[in-house]
Unconditional design. Sequence first.
Length: 227
Amino acid sequence: MERTEPHFQFGKIFERTRARRGKIEPNDSEERFESLAVDVFKGRARLVSPNEVEVDGETNLKAKNFAIATGRRAGIPPIQGIDDVPYYTNETIFDNLNQKPDRPVIVGAGPIGCELGQVFNRLGVEVTLFEFMPQIMGKEDPDVASFVQKRLETEGVRVLTSTGVNSAQKSDGRINCMATQRDENSGETAITLETDALLIAAGRIPNVEGLDLEAAGVDYERLRDSG
């Protein structure tokens, strides 16, 4: 019996992902919350005081406590030329990527980067993961991170730690990523990779702009997590 590789339609896989997501979305809809007797106010909110929220400068709501659940978005690192090249984040890739990429490059090896790196690798493409820090999944125990990295590499994912992407530029319909890998012994090494799909997974930023958290006495740090 001759062994053959499985064949599949890449677009159909992401199409199914979108369909599954569509079934979940109604659970967070305005209509569902209103059906549960929840008052829904649509607009831009800001904290006036620890016990008062203003919506669109018109409606004021008072309460003993407020829960801030504004979510997070993908953080885009300061890569030279990033605004001039097409790239994906975990928020856009399932909607906008419809063809199987040849050699996707993922910037950031946190949970999102590692997960999507493994997904694409198992779909039969050559994946490279860039991680600026010496360890992938920086919030995890080093033993856990090492185990995950070895597993990814065993499956065929190329993982480059201590590597920062400096710039990105278009080239004949593709993208050239210029990076620098740091090593305590050999110093710095310049790396250039060509890709047809650039995914940014370099952490998450909380959506707190315009909330005036200071007015409510909320202490917070303007940091991104490793997402």
